[in-house]
Design a protein around this ligand. Structure first.
Ligand code: C5P
Length: 300
């Protein structure tokens, strides 16, 4: 019997290394993208319905499109089309990941909807078929499905899983309003006309493998940080406030404007989160940990 409802939990991500190459003829950029899933989650629930419908709850719900431009709707449509069925499903997103924040929230919803619809419809797609659909939906979507830690090459969609030897403690400072990812990449192109071909940094991979937070702090890099700061100069104040409060390292998360602070332990993370909240340089600050598992079915 097929289930009546399926709920999937999907993590956010931070990029511990985001090295960006020159723009390709297709407009995308080759990346060396070291993804780490973090324990902030969206929850996607699917239920049979007369037509494809999306609803959303959560603090940022008003910013989420509820039409077929939502990546979760496109995920359901693509899976249905591949299996010759109609996407008659109500997708409900309980959103805790910042919207347009550089934490792959939209990608998480797409991966979550895909896995949930696969279970609801009994389509039985293999992991590699699901990953193919994810890559068609967006560069970060495959990683949202698998979680943990991985090196993304190509435009970020070709994944090699990475070992992580411990728990890392992070604080994420949520900014007011989002930043457009294409706009941040365009600014990167303007600021970096001669970008070299990107490559993963061995020291960073070692730091992940050994679970050494200080070593990881020394190797975190994000090529989209300078363009994000150029478009949103006030983020420099948030980064400075987190560093002053004792974070081991501060950086823009992905294309921003969320900022990420790596901390020595859980206590330091709570102190940094409290200081960032009090600083008035961000809308909210959240302490969390990594790595986190990828999209996971909770009930079916
Ligand atoms: O793949 P996704 O739809 O998430 O990408 C959103 C936008 O980000 C792309 O349209 C492109 O402007 C930019 N991008 C890029 N190079 C990548 C990934 C994304 O230029 N590797």
């Amino acid at each position: 019997m097929t289930p009546r409802t399926v709920t999937v939990r999907v993590p956010a991500k931070v990029n511990t290394q985001l090295s960006v190459g020159p723009a390709r003829p297709d407009g995308f950029h080759d990346l060396a993208n070291v993804f780490l899933a973090v324990a902030l989650h969206d929850t996607v629930t699917v239920t049979p319905a007369d037509d494809l419908r999306i609803t959303c709850t959560g603090p940022d719900a008003a910013q989420v499109p509820l039409d077929r431009t939502n990546l979760a709707a496109r995920a359901a449509e693509l899976l249905a089309a591949r299996h010759g069925i109609e996407p008659r499903v109500h997708i409900h997103i309980d959103k805790d990941i910042p919207v347009a924040g550089g934490m792959a929230g939209g990608s998480a919803d797409a991966a979550g909807a895909l896995l949930a619809c696969d279970a609801l419809w009994g389509t039985g797609a293999s992991q590699s078929q699901l990953l193919d659909i994810c890559a068609e939906l967006g560069s970060d979507v495959p990683f949202s499905l698998v979680g943990g830690a991985a090196l993304g090459t190509g435009r970020g969609e070709r994944l090699t899983p990475l070992e992580v030897g411990g728990t890392f403690h992070w604080v994420f400072a949520v900014a007011d309003g989002g930043l457009s990812t294409p706009a941040v990449y365009r600014e990167f192109d303007r600021l970096t006309p001669d970008a070299p071909e990107p490559a993963a940094a061995p020291a960073l991979l070692d730091a992940l493998r050994t679970g050494d937070a200080k070593a990881l702090a020394a190797t975190l890099t994000n090529d989209l940080q300078a363009p994000a700061l150029s478009l949103r100069p006030s983020l420099a104040e948030t980064l400075a406030a987190g560093t002053a409060a004792g974070a081991l390292a501060a950086l823009v998360s992905g294309s921003g404007p969320t900022t990420a602070f790596l901390c020595a332990d859980a206590e330091a993370a709570h102190q940094v989160a409290a200081a960032l909240t009090a600083s008035g340089t961000c809308r909210a600050a959240r302490a969390t940990t990594s790595p986190a598992p990828g999209a996971t079915v909770l009930t079916d």
